[in-house]
Design a protein around this ligand. Structure first.
Ligand code: EPZ
Length: 423
């Protein structure tokens, strides 16, 4: 198992190119199941979850090609799909495997997908995906830990999500595009990954209106065709590097990003005193604050402050003057990084879903354990500003969603290396 060794205290300076968004690439790959023709996806990040999704599609007998290595582009052909099934072995390593449920049942009339089960950050059920598919006319049964969905052809309907769900919206959108008649999805997620998916589906021949607003209208078509699509930049990787510049007293230029997707994060960082400005349409420059001050954050659905940036913001708050209140409203157990930061010297107390961070406190290197993807990112950021050496265990979590984070950080001056057990 790999670990990171970080020698903190280095100011970061330079340019970092942001990768494609994992959470946009995953539903786009699943959407390729909707047609027998090739779907070409560009700006794919080289991260573990994408490899898992490629394995899952290969398991279903899709044909996947990539012109480069490591792949930044895939052409997926779902001409013959003989196994309309997402097995437990793959779903347990990546919950987003459930994104294949909607496209499979819509095109093949049958899908069998393992229930994802619990997760480090919360219980994370998929009951709303199931309810919506039932409303579209699928017969659902749950057997031996698997969801089985059957439908001759899905039928358009109106479904109001009782709670906003990102992958739920994506799953049902990719089912409704092949349903008979009109589907109206109300209280849909607004995250930028949704309009990106709708753009791909529209290129494939789908009829969609309103993606990126709470009401999405889909007029089902009989068949979809191939398309080429460039996946949007990763807004969470962008936010993570904004904090990396800010926490190390540095200055970074982030390229190939989309500042429109980071409004709430940029606003909170500016409130802390961090200087951030757009450089053209695809660039952001971050310059550390002269004096970092505390700010309050509540995680919310887009366009609010993303839960996927909460751990990184907490790392920054440990270095800010004053008391920051962080409220996590999306997942019930997303503070596992806090106790590790406390072991590094942070002053953080947790009361229910509220974390109170009093700063600044000097951090000192310690061996710490990553518990999930974004928690790991928070610990890396804490390690960058800590005295001495920080060892981060279980970095496979970070490999799920960050492309070569240690190389990118090293290229702008960080002292971070990957140490494998063998080495
Ligand atoms: C997506 O997860 C992201 N994953 C997550 O990113 C992200 O944290 C999350 O959205 C919130 O922004 C992908 O896009 C692949 P939800 P998702 O369904 O879709 C509850 C990362 O680090 N809920 O929007 O699974 C749920 O428990 C990951 O990259 C139900 O109750 O999240 C949660 O409290 C982690 N029933 C809330 O809704 C359901 O059927 C929002 O979850 C579905 C969700």
């Amino acid at each position: 198992m790999d670990r990171f060794k970080i020698e903190g205290g280095r100011r970061l300076e330079g340019t970092v190119r942001i990768s494609g968004a994992k959470n946009a690439a995953l539903p786009a790959m699943a959407a390729a199941l909707l047609t027998a023709e090739p779907v070409r996806l560009q700006n794919i990040p080289h991260v573990r979850d994408i490899i898992t999704m490629a394995k899952l599609l290969a398991h279903m007998r899709c044909h996947i090609e990539s012109p480069d290595l490591p792949p930044s582009e895939f052409t997926i052909r779902a001409e013959t799909v003989s196994h309309a099934e997402a097995p437990y072995e793959l779903v347990k390593t990546m919950r987003a495997s459930v994104l294949t449920l909607g496209p499979l049942v819509a095109r093949f009339g049958y899908a069998r997908v393992s229930l994802p089960g619990g997760c480090a950050i919360g219980s994370r059920p998929i009951d709303l995906h199931i309810q919506a598919l039932e409303k579209l006319g699928a017969a659902i049964s749950i057997d031996h830990g698997y969801v089985e969905a059957r439908a001759k052809r899905l039928r358009g309907t109106t479904f109001r999500f009782p709670k906003i769900t990102v992958t739920g919206t994506e799953n049902i959108l990719t089912a409704a595009v092949l349903a008979e008649g009109e589907t109206i999805l109300e209280n849909a997620a607004l995250e930028p990954e949704i309009p990106d998916l709708a753009e791909l589906l529209t290129k494939m021949g789908a009829k969609i209106e309103g993606a990126g607003t709470p009401t999405i209208r889909v007029l089902g078509v009989e068949k979809l065709h191939g398309a080429t699509h460039v996946v949007i930049p990763d807004r969470i990787e962008t936010g993570t590097f904004l904090v990396a510049g800010a926490i190390t007293g540095g200055e970074l230029l982030l390229t190939n990003c989309d500042p429109r997707h980071l409004g709430a994060v940029i606003d909170r960082l500016k409130e802390c005193g961090v200087e951030i400005r757009c450089e053209g349409q695809r660039g952001l420059r971050v310059r550390a604050a002269k004096r970092l001050v505390a700010a309050d954050v509540t995680t919310e659905e887009f366009p609010g402050f993303a839960t996927d940036m909460q751990a990184q913001f907490m790392a920054l708050a440990t270095q800010a003057h004053g008391i920051s209140h962080i409220r996590e409203t999306i997942f019930e157990n997303r503070y596992l990084h806090a106790s590790e930061m406390v072991r590094m010297g942070a002053n953080i107390t947790i009361e229910g879903n509220l974390a109170v961070v009093t700063g600044p406190t000097p951090l000192t290197g310690a061996p710490v354990t990553a518990s999930d993807l974004r928690a790991s990112a928070g610990l890396v950021l804490a390690g960058l500003v800590a005295n001495n050496t920080t060892w981060i265990d279980r970095v496979y979590h970070i490999d799920r969603g960050y492309e070569r984070i240690e190389d990118k950080l090293r290229s702008v001056g960080a002292r971070i290396e990957r140490v494998s057990d063998a080495g």
